[in-house]
Design a protein around this ligand. Structure first.
Ligand code: TRP
Ligand code: SF4
Length: 400
């Protein structure tokens, strides 16, 4: 139950581009080989800002999921699902809303930032204020301990940790916890019990995180311990109560190094993107016409790669040899810009070849995608329902 687990969500904004690929998706694809992973389309989150124009959300969701699959997110390794198809997220969101101080939500930096950024829109809504809380529910409901996010989302993870702590503190206590915990320790067997006590003391008295990790590993390795005992022992390690919700940690996703066609950050709102499923001719044309060093007006003018967006592409796509060729050829006017762009065009097309292949399969048979998602939703729901059972019980809302 406390095994390492990765969870991440993406708001469905439509077709993805190379910026998404070189940032988030490449990271997901790497993680799916390392941990059990859950990846989902955060369609309710899209609704917090697009509540007045929800018409495109479902199509955007499907388009985005096809792009995940095309990019190489592998449904046999990772669980893929859609947030709104797992309604337990909403139940946890509601229950936690009862104990979430308003001030905590108002203090989350994205709240004011986004309101200012999207000032044409009325975002003084209940749902928008609750955005971080919904995100917390997404994470806590899977007891995920690793959440890959971009830098802007780090405060949301911090908020989630605080909420989990508050929840465990409020509802995690059972009468006679200490005594019960000591009974549970005995069940570890004398050798393990001694080690557990030692590690617990080291963590509690000296704050040694490593001791905590070791103790958790010890519990995870211990067979034939009942779930109740295990939970109690996890809780006993860190404090007084039973650990019902797991505090997650952020796995910072490095910002994509992929610039847009104009050298600014690649972003749909700047109109400088190359999509993941874009037709080959359109890619050729976009790169052929992309900006170069403005000082290089004529073919005979020498240029400076440092002032050219094409060079940024070479840094991502080209090996040392090609880069040297660019540096020397550009500065001496030995090569022309069209010539210089050719290896970039080829590299981008080559990178997209397997994506195009996979995308074709899913476009031709949309039922494939539906099945992958139905399967993922079912798996996710099972996990979510398990947590909800414990949550309801902890709060005392179980009617048997
Ligand atoms: N808020 C995230 C974003 O805008 C998307 C998201 C929603 C998410 N729920 C999540 C990310 C849970 C990680 C975990 O990028
Ligand atoms: Fe840019 Fe290459 Fe032209 Fe130099 S030669 S300005 S690096 S496109």
């Amino acid at each position: 139950m406390y095994a390492e687990k990765v969870l991440s969500g993406m708001r469905p904004t439509g077709r993805l581009h190379l910026g998404h690929y070189h940032g988030v998706l490449a990271n997901w694809i790497k993680l799916q080989h390392e941990y059990p992973c859950l990846f989902f389309a955060a369609d309710w989150h899209a609704l917090t800002t697009a509540y007045d124009e929800p018409g495109t959300i479902t199509q955007n969701t499907w388009d985005m999921i096809v792009d995940w699959l095309a990019a190489g997110v592998d449904p046999s390794q990772a669980t893929l699902f859609i947030q709104s198809r797992v309604p337990e997220h909403a139940e946890l969101h509601l229950l936690m809303s009862m104990m979430t101080p308003l001030g905590w939500l108002e203090r989350v930096p994205t709240y004011k930032d986004q309101q200012e950024k999207l000032s044409h829109k009325d975002l003084t809504t209940y749902g928008f204020l609750g955005y971080p809380l919904l995100m917390s529910a997404d994470i806590l409901i899977y007891r995920a301990d690793k959440v890959p996010v971009g830098e802007d989302q780090i405060p949301h993870i911090e908020f989630t940790r605080e909420l989990a702590r508050r929840f465990n503190h409020m509802y995690g206590r059972e009468p006679g916890f200490e005594e019960k915990a000591r009974e549970s320790v005995k069940k570890l067997g004398s050798k393990r019990a001694k080690l557990y006590e030692e590690l617990r003391t080291r963590f509690q008295e000296k704050g040694e995180e490593e001791a905590l990790e070791q103790a958790k590993a010890l519990l995870n390795e211990t067979q034939n311990l009942s779930l109740g005992d295990k939970e109690r022992l996890f809780g006993y390690l860190e404090g007084g109560g039973k650990m019902i919700l797991v505090e997650p940690g952020a796995l910072l996703t490095e910002a994509s190094r992929m610039p847009g066609l104009d050298g600014q950050k690649m972003s749909k709102s700047y109109g400088n993107t190359i999509a993941l499923r874009e037709d080959e001719d359109s890619i050729r044309k976009k790169i052929r016409t992309m900006q170069t060093d403005p000082a290089r007006v004529r073919r005979t003018d020498p240029g400076d790669p440092d002032k050219c967006p094409v060079w940024q592409f070479h840094l991502i796509y080209s090996n040392g040899e090609v880069r040297e060729w660019v540096q020397a050829g550009c500065r001496s006017a030995g090569i022309g810009c069209i010539e210089c762009k050719q290896p970039v065009i080829e590299a981008v097309l080559k990178e997209q070849e397997p994506m195009r292949e996979r995308a074709r399969m899913y476009e031709e048979d949309p039922q494939l995608v539906r099945n992958i998602i139905a399967d993922g939703c079912e798996k996710a729901r099972k996990l979510a329902q398990e947590t909800m059972r414990d949550v309801r019980e902890a709060i005392g809302l179980d009617y048997g």
